[in-house]
Design a protein around this ligand. Structure first.
Ligand SMILES: [Ca+2]
Ligand SMILES: [Ca+2]
Length: 274
């Protein structure tokens, strides 16, 4: 009997429900250990990240209650963890339904090595910012992340929170309560009812890729927090002058994707493709 119980508990420890090679137990431990500390504006117009109704193909908001969704998966250098804050509305200027935002961390040998905060991802205003975990003093626990009011871009430094084409503000920051962190599993095996990761109503599925390919690691700042694609900044300074590009995010999709592709090709020509 004892042996049967022991084998059962060992099997539970090794269980890998989302079939990515990382046990449920390790995923849960790492997700909990590295959950960031989020700050939002006290004037935030969409209140808190949303809890999404489980088990449905398309997202439906259950409540705006500070639920964070996470994903942990093995990569050649260790384990990558994504923390998604899903907002029912982008309520900045020219807002829109659904706002899928995230922060990532690369964990190597049990310690965080790099943090990356996505901001206006895949738009001309892309302000992805990154840092070594050491420079953030966040090697063994979550980094501090500022979320811009209404637009919900993520920043690893409060000071950088104005560069997403001038539409980001991290004013009157206050600690955001996190109700729970839910593991969404993987693309082929969603967990906890996260079938909505495949929905075409929001850009969730395309974010289920690694944020730390070799080209990104090569562009990482040695010290402090920096924008990951400095090539974007000259273009952003132009649109910052008109203070309007942020309004076009999500509407001029073809244009922004072409611009992003051109910019990424430039980066890759300098530092090598991923
Ligand atoms: Ca797993
Ligand atoms: Ca996983």
């Amino acid at each position: 009997m004892i042996r049967i119980v022991l084998l059962a508990s060992l099997a539970a420890m090794a269980q890998d429900s989302d079939r990515d090679g990382l046990s449920d137990r390790d995923e849960e431990r790492l997700i909990r250990q590295f959950t960031p500390r989020f700050f939002i504006s006290s004037a935030e117009c969409d209140r808190l990240p949303a809890e999404i109704k489980p088990g449905l193909r398309d997202p439906i908001v259950l409540e705006r209650n500070g639920t964070i969704y996470a994903r942990a998966f093995p990569v050649p250098r260790g384990v990558e963890i994504h923390y998604y804050h899903l907002w029912a509305n982008d309520c900045g200027r020219m807002g829109h339904l659904w706002d899928v935002e995230h922060v990532s961390v690369l964990v190597e040998n049990g310690r965080a090595s790099y943090w990356l905060a996505a901001a206006h991802q895949d738009t001309v205003c892309d302000a992805a910012n990154a840092a070594t975990a050491r420079s953030l003093h966040a090697e063994t626990h979550g980094a501090t992340v500022w979320i811009s009011r209404g637009k919900h871009a993520s920043f690893l430094s409060e000071k950088l929170c104005r560069r997403g084409c001038g539409g980001d503000f991290c004013d009157k920051p206050e600690a955001m309560p996190v109700l729970r962190v839910v593991n969404i599993g993987e693309r082929g095996a969603p967990l906890n009812g996260a079938e909505w990761i495949h929905s075409t109503e929001w850009p969730m599925e395309q974010k289920l890729v690694s944020d730390f390919p070799d080209a990104v690691l090569a562009a990482m700042p040695k010290k402090g927090v920096a924008f990951l694609y400095p090539v974007m900044i000259p273009g952003q300074s132009v649109v910052l002058g008109f203070n309007a590009a942020i309004d076009g995010v999500g509407t001029g999709e073809q244009h922004t994707r072409r611009a992003l592709t051109r910019a990424r090709r430039w980066v890759e020509s300098k530092i090598g493709a991923p």
